[in-house]
Design a protein around this ligand. Structure first.
Ligand code: SF4
Ligand code: SF4
Length: 327
């Protein structure tokens, strides 16, 4: 099992955030900047403050404001892994009780070895949505199975800055070793597994996995607004940008990618929203930003949390990608 370097910027090969040149480019796509215009609450603001000598305590409001959408990461000309850097800061702050008390994973059942040639790791949102699970299983075929342990407790703890040891994560991952194909619905989970599995090439986020089916691609219309799951996409933009460019060319749909091909989030998947914690990000504002200047007839989403966000704040029909497949 690899070391979990993606979540620790002190690991060899990671870019030291101290190399930040303060250009501020990463702020351009940040929902916190878009909604509040407060530099101190952005990655640029807190990182430059840390470089300038600010105490970590002073950075707690900024670390708590971030929704870990990853939209800042692909823009950084220095290649700084902003998402992992913020997670590392949250870990330090949570250890000292300076962030809302994270739920630490405890008493996990001994995981059983997963037996499937194609295993779907659903995350909490997909796990709770029987309608979408049925649609996903219909598209992915009879050999696809849902993994019983979605790992959402580990993810929640990680996102909140809780202590999730390498041993805990490796215990979660052990039964997955040897599964030929993993399909991961939650972007943060995808990023975690990508860092830790010996063969991440056999793994796809749910959206790209569904888009391999021509019937799914045929179901997308030129009048659709297509909502990409941001956390996996932004962390692996180089791997997926061409897939979505082709989708736009072939179908004529619009997407949540900006001109720099960075994915903008609704914010509905963040821990603060899911756990009912205080957040300065308004999902309604995000939805308005995403649809500004566009007049789609329908919204197609990859992540179940975005279904709820668009359903609540628009009058448009909203469907999951798995549901658009033409028979
Ligand atoms: S991860 Fe998202 S919310 Fe956090 S600083 Fe980056 S762009 Fe802003
Ligand atoms: S884009 Fe990168 S180098 Fe520029 S301010 Fe942000 S973190 Fe620093």
């Amino acid at each position: 099992m690899k070391k979990l370097s993606r979540y620790d910027h002190t690991q060899p090969g990671a870019i030291d955030p101290a190399q930040c040149n303060g250009c501020g480019v990463c702020m351009l796509s940040c929902p916190v900047w878009h909604q509040h215009r407060t530099k101190a609450l952005t990655y640029c603001g807190r990182n430059r403050a840390a470089i300038g000598g600010a105490d970590e305590d002073d950075l707690a409001p900024s670390a708590a404001a971030c929704i870990l959408c990853g939209s800042c990461e692909p823009l950084c000309p220095m290649g700084i892994r902003t998402q992992q850097s913020t997670l590392a800061l949250r870990r330090n702050l949570a250890r000292r009780g300076l962030l809302p008390n994270p739920r630490v994973a405890r008493d996990r059942k001994k995981p059983e070895r997963a037996a499937a040639s194609r295993l779907i790791i659903p995350g909490a949102s997909l796990r709770d949505n029987g309608r979408i699970i049925s649609a996903v299983l219909r598209v992915l075929g009879g050999e696809a199975k849902l993994h019983a342990d979605d790992g959402s407790d580990l993810l929640l703890s990680l996102e909140a800055g809780g202590e999730v040891s390498d041993a805990q994560i490796q215990e979660y991952l052990a039964p997955l070793e040897g599964v030929p194909e993993l399909i991961v619905a939650d972007g943060l989970m995808f990023n975690l597994l990508y860092s830790a599995l010996p063969s991440p090439k056999s793994m796809l986020p749910l959206g790209p996995a569904l888009l391999r089916d021509p019937n799914v691609r045929a179901g997308i219309k030129s009048t659709d607004f297509y909502m990409i799951e941001t956390r996996a996409y932004n962390a692996h933009r180089h791997a997926f940008v061409e897939l979505y460019s082709r989708l736009r060319r072939e179908t004529g749909c619009t997407t949540n990618l900006d001109l720099q091909r960075v994915a903008t989030p609704t914010g509905a998947s963040c821990m603060q929203h899911r756990e009912g914690l205080k957040t300065i990000i308004s999902i309604e504002e995000q939805v308005k930003w995403l649809l500004e200047g566009r007049r789609p007839a329908r919204i197609v989403v990859e992540h179940p949390d975005d279904l709820e966000a668009f359903s609540r704040y628009t009058k448009l029909p909203v469907v999951h990608l798995a549901e658009v497949a033409k028979p």
